[in-house]
Design a protein around this ligand. Structure first.
Ligand code: UDP
Ligand code: MG
Length: 151
């Protein structure tokens, strides 16, 4: 089943939204395949945001993402990457639709609560970047999440 990477950002940790964010994915029916608190360092930030390192806002973004721990999570489910991106909402949380995580919990472009992988290819790389194989778990849940033909 498809996996994607979620990072619960420092603003959400500070604002005590960790449980709320995890709950959104659990309630939707996703399986938590990996979960841990980590402290991102500058090197990891530069690798993770390599598409943004030349941007003027990058130094602020790195400082924000590395100044305190974050929660990293691998979640699993059918079409997880696309479904999760929809649940997360637009980068600029002020433009994110109500009902999305950013739309419900943030007013910021940078402090926007959560990171989620943006494509299947990115998700595969990002899961490996943050999790060792032995930190990812595979287990069965009840059969109420999908019909037989979706599995
Ligand atoms: N970001 C920012 N200012 C911007 C654009 C992005 O601070 O003008 C930050 C923001 O935290 C965003 C992250 O950089 O979530 C990664 O940007 P990306 O374009 O990949 O957006 P995302 O995939 O997170 O929606
Ligand atoms: Mg992105």
């Amino acid at each position: 089943m498809e996996k994607t990477l979620i990072l619960i950002k420092p603003d959400a940790v500070q604002r005590e939204l960790v449980g709320t964010v995890i709950s959104r994915f659990e309630r939707k029916g996703f399986t938590i395949a990996g979960l841990k608190m980590i402290h991102m360092d500058g090197n990891l930030a530069k690798e993770h945001y390599s598409h943004l390192v030349e941007k003027s806002f990058y130094p602020g973004l790195e400082e924000f993402m590395t100044h305190q721990p974050i929660v990293a999570m691998v979640i699993e489910g059918k079409d997880a990457v696309e479904v999760v991106r929809k649940m997360v909402g637009k980068t600029n949380a002020r433009e994110a639709d109500p009902g999305t995580i950013r739309g419900d919990y943030s007013l910021s472009v940078s402090k926007n609560t959560i990171h989620a992988s943006d494509s299947k290819e990115t998700a595969e790389k990002e899961v490996k970047r943050f999790f060792k194989p032995e930190e990812i778990f595979s287990y069965k849940k009840s059969s109420y999440y999908y019909s037989e033909d979706e599995l």
